[in-house]
Write a protein that binds this ligand. Structure first.
Ligand SMILES: NC(=O)c1ccc[n+]([C@@H]2O[C@H](COP(=O)([O-])OP(=O)(O)OC[C@H]3O[C@@H](n4cnc5c(N)ncnc54)[C@H](OP(=O)(O)O)[C@@H]3O)[C@@H](O)[C@H]2O)c1
Length: 310
């Protein structure tokens, strides 16, 4: 197949592009920045095109001749606080992608979303739900994926906490009892490959959860243990967690935010087993992540250089 990917330069995209290439597909990655997808240039059958994906005419033009569009664009934080950044990335771009598919005569779209899309108070989850609705309202053959948090050697979940644990012996943690079912990047990529395979996946939403459910505090303590660090994790009551979000709203790069706090009010666990419907057995994090987690940054870098990524 010929597949165009929006957001293909990121964590999920980089794994997916390599895997689709290995399966013999031709892939076009659209990126906003000249250097963001450079690491994918050496992957066979991959073409990088740099332009603004919000330019509908250019997108429709780029789509011409493809069989499917995969939209992986998503943000965890916006530069402002009114939700307009989330809306632009999660709703407006979906509208543009759907319209560009229509213009270019592309029938198939696969939309990456998130668990709890459309629920709760956070701009992140609300706009995720609106984006899904735009896809569902289209006349395209759509498939939607809703993963819990995704882990892998180069993720920004386990690695972010590992980084924070390195900085300080004490870690104040908002929503310590929030539940996650961390899902391995290789399993997520398998799900995408399978969904592209047949028409029976059109009109389906798949929730993707790993084989284990963890409380956030347990995850952070486990990372510290894997890294051989003795750390003190202090679970914050919600009033303080909310305050932590408000303070971090003003920290450059927003390592945490009020909106993240609101998203954490709902457990990131599945209400159905999307992997079972796709005939995939997902990895438990406790078995898969130690393959690289105990190594630290240099070890991961070495593995990356040896080309042993997913
Ligand atoms: N990672 C997880 O744990 C997780 C869990 C649930 C759902 N998801 C969803 O899965 C998707 C991929 O996640 P990821 O971890 O691979 O994210 P990522 O590494 O941040 O990559 C997202 C890509 O989207 C593009 N992008 C970012 N902001 C954009 C904007 N405002 N407008 C247009 N394009 C933008 C970027 O591409 P360029 O800079 O090259 O243009 C970036 O490479 C996202 O939709 C995310 O919400 C991820």
């Amino acid at each position: 197949m010929k597949i165009l990917i929006l957001g293909g330069s990121g964590f999920v995209g980089s794994h997916l592009v390599r895997r689709l290439s290995r399966e013999g597909h031709s892939i076009t990655v659209i990126s906003r920045y000249p250097n963001a997808a450079k690491h994918l240039e050496i992957v066979p059958r991959v073409r990088i095109r740099v332009f603004d994906p919000y330019d509908i005419d250019r997108l429709a033009d780029a789509l011409s001749g493809h069989d499917a569009l995969i939209n992986l664009v998503g943000i965890l934080n916006e530069s402002g606080r009114d939700g307009s950044g989330f809306r632009k990335a999660h709703v407006e771009l979906v509208e543009i992608a759907v319209e560009a598919c229509r213009k270019a005569g592309i029938a198939r779209i696969v939309q990456m979303s998130a668990l709890n899309a459309g629920q709760g108070e956070s701009h992140y989850l609300r706009t995720r739900g609106e984006g899904e609705q735009r896809v569902r309202d289209s006349n395209l053959q759509w498939t939607i994926f809703r993963p819990s948090t995704i882990f892998g050697p180069d993720d920004s979940f386990l690695n972010r906490f590992a980084g924070l644990l390195t900085i300080s012996p004490v870690l104040p943690l908002a929503r310590p009892d929030a539940k996650f079912a961390p899902v391995y990047i290789g399993d997520v990529v398998d799900a995408f490959v399978r969904a592209l395979d047949g028409r029976e996946h059109a009109g389906e939403i798949y929730e993707l959860c790993g084989a284990e459910t963890w409380a956030l505090r347990d995850i952070v303590e486990w990372i510290a243990e894997q890294r051989g660090m003795r750390r003190w994790i202090i679970g914050l009551p919600d009033a303080l967690g909310r305050l932590q979000g408000r303070v971090f709203d003003f920290v450059p790069g927003k390592p945490f935010s009020s909106d993240n706090f609101k998203s954490l009010l709902i457990d990131s666990t599945c209400s159905e087993d999307g992997f079972a419907r796709l005939d995939i057995s997902p990895w438990p994090m406790s078995e898969k992540a130690p393959e690289w987690l105990g190594e630290g940054h240099q070890g991961r870098l070495g593995r990356f250089r040896e080309g042993r990524r997913t």
